[in-house]
Write a protein that binds this ligand. Sequence first.
Ligand SMILES: [Zn+2]
Length: 238
Amino acid sequence: MDNRTEQLADGVWRVEVGFYVNTFAVANDGRGDADGLTIVDTGLAHHGSRLVRSIRLLGLDPRATTEVLLTHWHRDHAGSAAKLARSSARPRVAAGRADLAVVRGQARARDTLTAGGTGARLAARIGLPAPAEPVPDAVPLDDGQRLATSGIEVVSTPGHTPGHCAFLLPDRGVLLAGDAVFNVWRLARGSRLACADVAARDATIHALAGRDFDVLALAHGPAVTHAAKDRLARLAGA
Ligand SMILES: [Zn+2]
């Protein structure tokens, strides 16, 4: 097996497609690809091939991908979404409603950065962060929505971006939380510089700490597999 791939629970794998960049593969039936696969985040534009190869190394057929869920529009998450959407699997690409216009290429990225983050506004002024290749037919996700294919529950987690979403797999005890928190040096709030709304970011961490999960997996850094809920609650209270 590719040593950059790690199983987090039944039918849930973390696929590290680049340096400190994670994507996730979810078996819709909790085991294999018979009922299709859901991919959460896609890495940068050049990470798509590694993601597909890693799925194959898991013994799964990437052509079985039914859905690509994006935690948010940033290019290290949505970077390969357009390419996957064009693949023979023709998966449905979905993102949080408030990020959708950027994912579809209908709005400029900077329009989502005006909610309160000074650093984010500054970054927008100099043209960063640039959006990924657009996915014109991406569909919206809303808080509390339960995806019929995988049983994933959409948890709206605004802050890092306005439409940021986390994905909860209640029966597998896994919370895929994107950039709601980071685990690069240690479990920590994201930098204010990369955050559209700092108050919303903090409220989101507090709300996530109230959910039930055993494994907390982020887009950047290793998954938290030990005392994950306690550690997130400590961070929320800090
Ligand atoms: Zn991000």
